[in-house]
Design a protein around this ligand. Structure first.
Ligand code: DQA
Length: 147
């Protein structure tokens, strides 16, 4: 079965209680359970992780390269400035693995500092602005490309 890591960056473990007017009321635990159901429907073996630590996230990208695992990534604030994460993501797509960047909100409709993504240029594609449904859409796009 095709393996997909859904990797979430800083503060996303607080989903549900963090600025719910922006990020919604679905908790991180609920997202994990929803994602695993979507994976089952799409025939994908989905694992969901979250970290506040840049080096850990970079290490997870290395692991995906080594294990041939596709990635759905919400880089959270790292989106906007982490060249280390960008370089790690570039290794994922260079290995011909899919990497879909996702955001709950639409960063382009928010503060100017969120308008730049250093990850987008090395991602397969980006889905943003659909709340937790962004993750479902990302998994579905990924499954369609692999079919
Ligand atoms: C986010 C958008 C980022 O700008 C922000 O720093 C996040 C979440 C989103 O999912 O909308 O933490 O990636």
């Amino acid at each position: 079965m095709t393996s997909v890591l859904i990797a979430n960056g800083p503060n996303l473990g607080r989903l549900g209680s963090r600025e719910p007017e922006k990020y919604g009321s679905t908790t991180y635990a609920e997202l994990v359970s929803l994602a695993s159901g979507w994976g089952d429907e799409l025939g994908l073996d989905v694992e969901v992780r979250q970290t506040d630590d840049e080096s850990e996230l970079v290490g997870w990208m290395h692991g995906c390269v080594d294990s041939g695992t596709h990635v759905v990534l919400n880089p959270a604030a790292f989106t906007h400035y982490s060249y280390a994460l960008r370089d790690a993501c570039a290794m994922v797509t260079a290995a011909e693995l899919e990497l879909v960047e996702v955001h709950l909100t639409n960063p382009h409709a928010r503060e100017a500092f969120r308008h730049t993504s250093v990850v987008s240029g090395v991602a397969t594609g980006t889905i943003a602005g659909f709340g937790v449904d962004s993750y479902r859409l990302a998994l579905s796009a990924l499954a369609a490309r692999l079919r």
